[in-house]
Design a protein around this ligand. Structure first.
Ligand code: SF4
Length: 348
């Protein structure tokens, strides 16, 4: 079916909006705050106004998979655990380097036929439990634009004692974070650049709104990890990376920062992959700015750069090779066995 047919078939009325003049609605699910007139869709093309009411995606997944939590990536959440990951369709950005363009649908040109799997929230939660995944994650598309569905799934997951997470671009409104707070535990936020003009040009997003979203996520008590995909020529200058690291350190030096390598994707097929030395230099910048946990990712041969070390005594606490955990001295305790320092994160 076409995207429009799919969206109209699998949707439900939501309260995450305010009425606007002339029968329009102002969507509150993300900081883009679209004002949507009668019969029209929001920027994400999956939320629409019918009869002065807002409708949001409901009752399907575009994909579902078991992934290691390290792949999300979360490095301070249950190392080595499996995460049941699901997505829908739609995104509030249009990143030229989108690595999930089949589900996020960046740009207006997505016109292919779409398939989905009809499912109920309780069945998704049951699937996580059956697969012994302690964590269930909304990912693949931007989860903010499908926040109602995520909350329904997460509410079922909570009944089973599971943890829940978002993999998001962080362009979040206060309203949506309050809506999610009772059942959402962990938040992976992208910080794609620290240059407002380029942010807009390459992602369609607003840097100020993203920074505000990240501040809100942190201040509201979600466990936060930040990811910057280091793209050659886009955001890899030392000055820009220093600004990003300073911003994160200004919130807390204990927020993990993942600097990851780019591979050609979507509308940037000709951009070279990020050289490993550029990613390692970004990591050094983060450490110099005072961040306690900076990880290099998405590349071979990261060595110690993907391990967790005690920020006080330097002991190796969690050793990783790609998405595999080979040593975990924090399991069930969360303190360094050498010096007793508590390591921020969720370890049991
Ligand atoms: S989720 Fe964001 S992009 Fe989608 S309609 Fe609402 S405000 Fe617009």
């Amino acid at each position: 079916m076409t995207l429009r047919e799919l969206v109209e078939k699998f949707s439900k009325r939501t309260e995450l909006f305010r009425p606007a003049p002339g029968g329009a609605v102002k969507c509150l699910a993300c900081a883009r705050a679209c004002v949507i007139s009668e019969g029209a869709f929001g920027f994400c093309r999956v939320r629409f106004n019918r009869g002065g009411k807002l409708f949001a995606p409901w009752g399907y997944v575009s994909g579902i998979a078991l992934d290691p939590v390290e792949k999300k990536p979360f490095f301070h959440v249950l190392p080595g655990a499996q995460a049941l990951s699901f997505g829908m369709y739609g995104c509030n950005f249009s990143c030229a380097f989108c690595q999930n363009s089949q589900t996020a649908l960046p740009g207006p040109e997505a016109s292919a036929l779409f398939s989905c799997q009809r499912i109920l929230p309780a069945a998704l939660a049951e699937s996580a439990a059956e697969n012994k995944a302690p964590l269930i994650v909304s990912t693949y598309n931007e989860p903010l634009v499908t926040a109602e569905w995520a909350r329904a799934v997460f509410s079922e997951a909570k009944k089973k004692g599971l943890r829940t997470a978002f993999v998001s671009n962080a362009c979040a409104s206060k309203e949506v974070l309050e809506f999610l707070r009772p059942c959402l535990d962990f938040y992976k936020a992208d910080l794609k650049s620290f240059n407002a003009e380029r942010y807009l040009e390459v992602t369609g997003g607003d840097l100020k709104k993203v920074l505000k979203g990240i501040e809100l996520v942190y201040s509201m008590g979600f466990w936060l990890e930040v990811v910057t995909l280091v793209v050659p020529g886009f955001n890899d200058s030392p000055a820009e990376l220093e600004c990003a690291a300073s911003f994160i350190a200004g919130l807390s030096k204990n927020i993990p920062w993942h600097v990851t390598a780019f591979y050609p994707a979507h509308k940037m097929p000709d951009t070279e992959p990020t050289p490993p030395e550029t990613v390692l230099r970004a990591r050094e910048i983060g450490l110099k700015k005072g961040l306690n946990f900076v990880y290099a990712g998405n590349m071979a041969g990261s060595g110690d750069a993907e391990n967790t070390l005690c920020s006080v005594c330097g002991k190796l606490l969690v050793e990783r090779r790609g998405f595999s955990v080979t040593t975990n001295l924090l399991a069930g305790r969360g303190t360094c066995p050498a010096c007793g320092k508590t390591v921020p994160g969720v370890w049991k």
